[in-house]
Design a protein around this ligand. Sequence first.
Ligand code: SF4
Length: 465
Amino acid sequence: MEDRGFHEECGIVGVFGHGNVVDLIYYALYALQHRGQEGAGIVVHNGTKTRVHRGLGLVSDIFTESQRRALNGRMGIGHNRYATTGKATKLRNVQPILVDYKGGKLAIAHNGNLTNAKELRRRMERAGSIFQTTTDSEIVLHLVARSKAPTLPERLLEAVDAVEGAMSCLVMNEKQIIGYRDPRGFRPLALGSYDGMHILASESCALDILGAHFIREIEPGEMIVLDADGIHSRMVRTGRQHSFCMFEQIYFSRPDSHVFGESVNAVRRELGRLLARRHPVDADVVIAVPDSSNSAALGYADESEIPFELGLIRNHYVGRTFIRPGQRSRVDAVRVKFNPVVEILEGRRIVVVDDSIVRGTTSRQLVRLLRKTGAKEVHFRVSSPAIQNPCYYGIDTPRKVELIRSRMRVEEICSYIGADSLGYLTTEDLRAAVKAPQSYCLACFTGEYPTSIPQEADPLVFDVD
Ligand code: SF4
């Protein structure tokens, strides 16, 4: 992903079991860190006590062995979080959020963004509600706590009726974990099992790391309850056009995950093949901007019959969140993050495949780097259409004016980044690469948002301070 300009907001996991669940949650969060690396938390309940630990940084730093030992529990939920652009994550905004209410303990872990969050929060504050965080997820907790319905699933149902936007979430009390996916299904949520325990997680790769069995994805509009009696599922909200986030396939999800009924790797390979057909070029070698573009670059190489090589080596220790405010930091990030392999690039005509161009800054730096290394020609190929609009459904996006395609034509972008040629996919290509094309949201490419967007809605996450 060019510029690291689009950021997934969260990864979530919940385990209901008979033994200690904290290690399962820990390793699942570890596998989901690409969805959020700046903070994480785990809430567990052991039959008598509910415990929470949350922190800033990487999962492995937050949950030391002694921390994990202190989180002994038979059920629990966890969360990975990204900061919003240019801001450091604040500890109070790290999830799961845990509160006490008249029914006992209540915790939430949420992936998505509510488009009517500001309006709801204003209304609640006027009515006397006090918020501990600046996240929209806390609004859901307030709605659940205020509901007069007799059971947690019914309370949650009332709450989700009041909210709009994207919501894959886990809500937990002392007896149940409830998973819910909004009726448009913007964000994924998978169900698995391990040694008689049930697991809910944002992506199937979190199940794989545990050696768990992938059962199925939670359907849009489905509520699933995990408790001592097993699993209870109900379709609670139906009749909406599905709006799966296409960027999960292009970039956010891990290629080894199965998301929205598809192998992410297979979709990306197909996007690469379509890209080679749409924008063929005479070249010596295909390289990827690693790692998120590897599958698409392999697809381009397959179709074009130009050999794929590892022309850029990524420094994995920089992390996917190496972004700080200001242009200068982004320039540094490219130099630190990618190292060119001279013997592959020198004197060659290169096709470089990236999954997207956001601001153009990183692409420009990459092309410069390739040329400095001796590349004879650099042909930039993008395995998505041009991003022209912000996202309101849980992806932290730059403002519209920062999106290079909203200011420049494709030829201008090509000249700005210094490439010999530039080619994007079209939205038709995206649709051709997936099994259920009508079920996807493409709003950041087309501007056709699947829900109404209140004027005051913030495309960035609902951080008001
Ligand atoms: S606007 Fe783009 S990033 Fe946001 S949900 Fe739709 S496809 Fe995904």
